[in-house]
Ligand binder design. Structure first.
Ligand SMILES: NC(=O)c1ccc[n+]([C@@H]2O[C@H](COP(=O)([O-])OP(=O)(O)OC[C@H]3O[C@@H](n4cnc5c(N)ncnc54)[C@H](OP(=O)(O)O)[C@@H]3O)[C@@H](O)[C@H]2O)c1
Length: 363
């Protein structure tokens, strides 16, 4: 896989690295460290070299040959263009430690990109969650070490209190070949780095449940030894899981409150919407299906129009009409303040769990 990131707001100093191939000769052994230096691309032939060029020029050259995926970024003026190389995707080995819902959601997203099922391996102590991976053609094992030894990118997808046990188990098998990506809530980069060999490349990723339908909201933060190209590689791997953003680690707990827990806040609202309709006489099944479609439609319109929610809301409010009456009732109930407080409480709780997990790992 080759992931190229073009950043308009840092364009003056941004450079795009390209691995160019030289005809003839034999291929040198490519370590994962080399692969990372080359944005994840394994050189096919000897004599390969790095060409640093103006990104605008390079984009013009490669555009006819590669599919360019556009993603939004943490900076509105930035445009990230990720160059996918299907040949490279098919070479990258991906491992999952833990076979739960999150691992499954991410694996499904990765598979709908260019990664082949034969290049993914998943481990869990029991077989109860492994069947659904096997149905996708993914190899399964009960050995975490086997996953690490056969993978370039390893997702650690166990419950937070098990991260320490798992990392202690795999630590001596982690080399500069690996990118270790933890999805465990509250487990900090510092904790992860302390539990792994020095200089390990670590990324902390916070997904949310809609990853399973490839509509997730994912935020990641790079550890002290993870390079920008490691982040670009992860971003390109995950681009089919939903929105993928990078930010400072301090935002991960906020993202947990906003989006990890936020999913449950939206479900609560969906339930309440439907119950309102049931109270007014609509059959429950119909009310729930209309409520879920309403939330889906409102969400898609919000995302795809790029408009501020207040603008969309005002477009629905006819003066003196039904919606403004309903909104007035919601405001009287304090829905806005309660929702803000809910994100705040969930964020604080994520921070608290993070402090506990850091203290636990130092014992
Ligand atoms: N679910 C979410 O919405 C969400 C959102 C953001 C982040 N996360 C994070 O994602 C991680 C996984 O959550 P989840 O919801 O996917 O959990 P889950 O469904 O409970 O899955 C946990 C998996 O870990 C496996 N496991 C347990 N001990 C293990 C060990 N020693 N070695 C290897 N695997 C082991 C379990 O094995 P068995 O199959 O044998 O039980 C299971 O497959 C958590 O750290 C959570 O904080 C979850």
């Amino acid at each position: 896989m080759c992931a190229t990131v073009e950043t308009e707001c840092t364009r003056t100093e941004s450079r795009v690295e390209r691995v160019a191939q030289d005809a003839g000769g034999h291929r040198p052994p490519a370590s994962a460290a080399q692969r990372r230096e080359t944005n994840g691309r394994v050189p096919q032939l000897a004599g390969w070299w790095m060409l640093r060029v103006n990104p605008t020029w390079l984009t013009a050259q490669i555009k006819p040959h590669f599919k360019l995926y556009k993603t939004s970024t943490i900076c509105k003026s930035e445009t990230h263009q990720i160059k996918m190389d299907p040949e490279m995707d098919s070479q990258l080995k991906i491992g999952f430690i833990g076979a739960g819902n999150m691992a499954f959601g991410i694996a499904k997203g990765i598979l709908s990109g260019n990664v082949l099922p034969v290049n993914i391996k998943v481990s869990a102590p029991s077989s109860r969650n492994l069947g659904r991976f096997q149905e996708l053609g993914i190899a399964v094992t009960h050995s975490n070490v086997e996953v690490v030894c056969g993978s370039d990118v390893v997702f650690v997808a166990v419950k937070p209190h098990l991260v320490q046990i798992v990392l202690n188990e795999i630590s001596r098998h982690v080399t500069d070949r690996h990118i270790i990506v933890s999805v465990a809530a509250g487990v900090t980069l510092q904790t992860l780095e302390e539990l792994l060999p020095e200089n390990s490349v670590v990324i902390r990723l916070m997904p949310n449940l809609p990853c399973v339908v490839q509509e997730g909201a994912l935020l990641f933060a790079r550890g002290s030894h993870a390079k920008q190209e490691d982040g670009a590689l992860l971003r390109s791997l995950l681009h089919r899981c939903g929105l993928v953003e990078e930010g400072p680690e301090a935002w991960i707990d906020i993202h947990t409150g906003l989006s990890g827990s936020g999913v449950a806040f939206v479900y609560l609202f969906a339930e309440a919407l439907a119950e309102g309709a049931v109270k007014m006489g609509m059959p429950s099944a119909l009310a729930h299906s209309i409520a879920s479609q309403t939330i889906l439609g409102a969400g898609r319109l919000l995302r795809d129009s790029g408009k501020h929610p207040a603008q969309l809301r005002s477009e629905v409010c006819t003066p003196g009409g039904t919606t403004i009456y309903g909104l007035h009732t919601l405001e009287q109930g304090g829905v806005r303040a309660s929702t803000m407080s809910a994100v705040e409480s969930a964020t604080e709780r994520a921070r608290e769990l993070g402090r506990k997990s850091a203290a636990g790992s130092r014992k």
